[in-house]
Design a protein around this ligand. Structure first.
Ligand SMILES: [Zn+2]
Length: 293
């Protein structure tokens, strides 16, 4: 044993951790790290209790101490969606530059009154790292209490620097892309089987977009009725023993603004376990080599 090495200590129990790889982090840009899940819980539990007390007081203030919609807190799909595809993200930075984030999503289930899912959290890799408080309310007033600090552009936040920055797309082209997206989605839904992965769960598979586009098994090129070129990227995956195909459909835009500039814009991406659906997209002119978006 000597002093000339890297030492790491759990932020909670102070136990020494031999390898950097064994440390657990729940927030980006912070050195706070832990030896175990148990220590993470132990560290944050007084903090979450503190936030729960604030929520209690605010619920009293707005007379929403009991709400039926709170039962959706145990709905994994709704909670996951709120973390991966929120409507709003807010960030509050305190005087010592510690950041607290809040994800907010408005959810409407059939004829029931819409409600807001609110997740107060730290962030790790753009997604919530540690959830400090999660709650659900129909009250707009209570929801507004969670619009903390400054609002963050959601799209920019999730694009992780690989955004449309520097791309020249005109407004007309954006309208065209949106229209194409809805046409393709409508057609997709009409051929989607109820036995396949539900459309509302597609967002849970968004992590597969990048790898499908970077190293697809196959790419097909098709011209649609409107004369637009659609590229179909296909890649097979295996998740927890279930094999599925991931598809990313992209539209090619030959931008008029810059010579020879050609953009590949994703317009529909989905996983499938349905052989029939696979067949209906597995066609066209096969293209070799990966295209970059
Ligand atoms: Zn520990």
């Amino acid at each position: 044993m000597n002093f000339k090495k890297d030492f790491y200590f759990c932020y909670e129990c102070k136990k020494s951790v031999d390898n950097l790889e064994d440390l657990l982090f729940v927030e980006a840009g912070s050195t706070r790290s832990y030896c175990s899940e148990k220590c993470i819980e132990k560290y944050f539990s007084p903090i979450t209790n503190f936030y729960e007390e604030i929520e209690k007081k605010l619920r009293k203030k707005y007379a929403v101490e009991e709400e039926d919609c709170l039962e959706f807190l145990s709905d994994v799909t709704i909670m996951e969606k709120s973390m991966t595809a929120p409507d709003e993200i807010w960030c509050h930075e305190n005087g010592i530059k510690e950041e607290t984030f809040c994800f907010i999503k408005k959810v409407a289930i059939k004829e029931e009154r819409p409600f807001y899912v609110i997740i107060l959290c730290t962030i790790f890799d753009t997604y919530p790292g540690y959830v400090l408080l999660s709650t659900i309310t129909e009250s707009k007033f209570l929801m507004e209490e969670f619009r903390i600090g400054t609002e963050i552009d959601v799209e920019e936040h999730f694009s992780e620097g690989e955004s449309a920055e520097g791309l020249d797309i005109s407004n007309d082209e954006i309208v065209g892309i949106e229209q194409k997206k809805s046409e393709i989605l409508a057609n997709h839904i009409s051929i989607h089987s109820p036995a396949d992965i539900p459309v509302e769960n597609y967002e849970l598979y968004n992590d597969y977009i990048e790898s499908t586009m970077d190293s697809p098994d196959e790419i097909f090129k098709n011209k649609d009725k409107a004369g637009d070129t659609i590229y179909t990227y296909i890649k097979a995956f295996d998740k927890e023993g279930i094999s599925f195909y991931y598809f990313v459909l992209c539209m090619r835009i030959d931008s008029a603004s810059e010579e020879g500039q050609e953009l590949i814009i994703p317009i529909l991406n989905f996983p499938t376990v349905d052989g029939e659906l696979y067949k209906s997209y597995h066609q066209g002119e096969q293209v070799s080599g990966a295209l970059k978006n």
